[in-house]
Design a protein around this ligand. Structure first.
Ligand code: PMP
Ligand code: GLN
Length: 383
């Protein structure tokens, strides 16, 4: 393995899911739902296969999906993207992020990341030979946010981009317009790109609204906006995502993407196009049911003795293990199957400065009610 990849090892999601399978534990680690997405969307994929949509789609993705993404962004955000040239279909948000970073960051460029951050970001930055500059999200009155001074201080002459994930995995923070404006001002002042990971765009609670960075004044032209179908339609295995940006940026990303995967599954693209057009009511139902599941898990985790942070979006609850007398989340995550028959994710793996996240564990609530209930009943044994 090349030196620049050696620090990464196996992703925490594979490791924790393997641990759950090996020990027969309830898996509240890796974030994937245990119920299927809308039936008509599933049928649409089957129908596409039967109808012969089985050869290479064009490099930018099937026109049906690019058109549906354009309509979705116009309808939900008032954002206009041209399906031919400003939208690129990718293998999930993961490929979109990696291809964007590889296409737009030179070796030695710096990329600002809010830590804790989704694990693929650091690896993609490393593959590009770029350098990550972490800015911490810390709890302030129960909500994770950044210090504007710390963000400002992280910008330097080599900074190329700020990677913004909102709604944020693993803290559940949905950045406010004010927070986004601070980031946007820095991007404009220092001529930086914003690369945005919006995969949880539809999963926000309590009336909190997701604001895409590209809707802020002056930001559409410098934002690479990324999302995918996995979380919105409960098809994490379909790995269908998209990049929206001005044509020169999309063209750069496609230059990389064409040699990584060239293109990807046509049937999924057809089905996701259907879902973006027809299944947003279904998504509203998912959001409502997730809000209730969040409360169910939070109540149970509090009763079990965890410190609990209330997420405004995503399907994860961040917890503090110190009230239970534990100090190291990585160690507790390894022992949790034997102690309680449950698997969670140690949030410290999402930090460069691991000490900042040592005492956190992340639990997923995209699970059936009876699974959540059984998990919290088991966790009550930790007291
Ligand atoms: N970003 C974040 C914040 C995620 O939680 C995930 C996991 N869905 C991804 C990106 C990857 O998305 P995809 O499965 O579409 O590649
Ligand atoms: N996004 C999911 C999570 O954060 C899992 C992604 C993965 O397994 N790579 O848990």
């Amino acid at each position: 393995l090349v030196a620049r990849m050696r620090e990464f090892g196996t992703t925490i999601f594979s490791e924790m899911t393997a641990l759950a399978v090996r020990t027969g534990s309830i898996n509240l680690g890796q974030g994937f739902p245990d119920t299927d997405g809308p039936a008509a969307m599933l049928e649409s994929a089957v129908a596409a296969i039967r109808a012969g949509v089985n050869q290479y789609p064009p490099g930018p993705g099937l026109p049906e999906l690019r058109q549906a993404v354009a309509e979705h962004h116009k309808q939900h955000y008032g954002l206009l993207y041209e399906p031919d040239g400003e939208i690129l279909v990718t293998v999930g948000a993961t490929e979109a992020l990696a291809a964007s970073i590889l296409a737009l960051c030179e070796a030695g460029d710096e990329v600002i990341l809010f830590e804790p951050y989704y694990d693929s970001y650091a690896a993609a930055v490393a593959l590009a030979g770029a350098v990550r500059r972490p800015v911490a999200l810390r709890p302030v009155e129960g909500r994770f946010t950044f210090d504007p001074g710390e963000l400002r201080a992280a910008v330097g002459p080599r900074t190329r981009a700020i990677l913004v994930n909102s709604p944020h995995n693993p803290t559940g923070t949905v950045f406010t317009r004010d927070e986004l404006s601070l980031i946007a001002a820095l991007c404009q002042e220092h001529d930086l790109l914003a690369i945005t990971d919006e995969v949880y765009e539809h999963l926000t609670f309590d009336g909190v609204e997701h604001v895409p960075m590209a809707t802020l004044p002056g930001m559409r032209e410098r934002t690479v906006m990324i999302s995918s179908a996995g979380k919105t339609f409960s098809v994490t295995g379909w790995k269908t995502g998209w990049v929206c940006a001005p044509a020169p940026l999309v063209s750069a990303v496609q230059s990389v993407k064409q040699f990584v995967t060239f293109t990807s599954g046509g049937p999924w693209q057809i089905a996701v196009a259907h879902a973006l057009r027809e299944e947003l009511d279904w998504v509203a139902g998912l959001r409502d049911s997730l809000a209730v599941k969040r409360d169910r898990l939070m109540t149970g985790l509090s009763a079990a003795g965890f410190g609990v942070y209330r997420p405004a979006g995503t399907y994860f609850v961040q917890t503090d293990i110190r009230p239970l007398g534990f100090t190291d989340g990585a160690e507790l995550a390894r022992r949790l199957p034997e102690l309680a028959g449950v698997v969670a994710v140690p949030t410290q793996v999402f930090y460069d400065r691991t000490a900042l996240g040592r005492h956190f564990l992340r639990f997923a609530f995209c699970k059936k009610d009876e699974i959540i209930d059984e998990a919290v009943a088991r966790l009550a044994r930790l007291r």
